[in-house]
Design a protein around this ligand. Structure first.
Ligand SMILES: [Mg+2]
Length: 249
């Protein structure tokens, strides 16, 4: 792969894993925050409504690729419990912050990730492109696990307004990496957003199955990990050593 001049990475389940109980902790923090702001909510029914709302909004993003935000599904969940609170209400903003603050302590770098990125830095332009609704929280996680200084560009869907696999987010990555699209290797774990998205945008995708191969619970989200497989013509890696080998050939 000697034409490769830049490498782009997905974040969750590609560079970092998240302990599965993070989601429950986050939902508890969110519910507590709303209760403290005076809303009488029963925890379990509200958490259920929250998950249903999140699922609905995330599914909607698949129609046009536009990113959503947690505040919309919190507002919808509150409405289902009889409270009309608009998405831009400050009580919701505070609760969403409480929700997102739960994740960082449960995030762990996949072993060898910093070393791999340090080796690539200088030889390739490096980019991070992640689907995450609230960009400041994603950037806090990236800094918190020590990755912030290793990338030439960090792009989060919450800032871009669209999610992978939408071509617009890949176009932004290409612009930021300042090389030709087919000179970019894009490494991700999720077949549709990462592999199909990168392929359609003209990048060279690499499917990482580190998490899948080790049966590590996927980063908790409202949508469970897909059982889809990437196109078998796409190179597949399970260790960073395999990525380095791929780049050397
Ligand atoms: Mg991922």
């Amino acid at each position: 792969m000697n034409r490769i001049k830049a490498v782009g990475f997905d974040l969750f389940n590609t560079l970092i894993t998240v302990e599965p109980h993070a989601l429950d902790d986050a939902e508890n923090r969110l519910t507590r925050s709303l209760q403290q702001s005076g809303l009488a909510l029963e925890r379990e029914p509200f958490k259920q409504a929250l998950r249903e709302g999140a699922l609905r909004f995330i599914r909607e993003t698949r129609r046009d690729g536009r990113e959503t935000h947690n505040r919309f599904w919190v507002s919808a969940a509150l409405q289902s419990q009889g409270y009309i609170v608009p998405p831009d209400d400050s009580r919701i903003a505070t609760a969403v912050d409480a929700y997102l603050s739960a994740f960082l302590p449960y995030c762990h770098l996949i072993p060898g990730t910093s070393e791999m990125l340090s080796k690539l830095k200088g030889r390739y332009r490096l980019g991070l492109l992640s689907n995450f609704t609230h960009a400041p929280a994603a950037k806090e996680i990236i800094a918190g696990v020590g990755l912030a200084s290793l990338f030439d560009t960090v792009l989060i869907s919450g800032d871009l307004g669209y999610r992978k696999p939408h071509h617009l987010v890949f176009r932004r990555l290409i612009e930021q990496l300042r090389v030709e699209k087919d000179e970019i290797l894009y490494v991700g774990d999720d077949p549709e957003p990462d592999i199909t998205g990168a392929q359609r945008a003209g990048l060279q995708p690499v499917w990482t199955t580190y998490v899948r191969d080790r049966n590590i619970p996927p980063a908790p989200g409202v949508l469970s990990r897909s059982s889809e497989k990437a196109d078998c013509s796409v190179p597949r890696i399970s260790t960073w050593k395999e990525l380095m080998t791929l780049l050397e050939h």
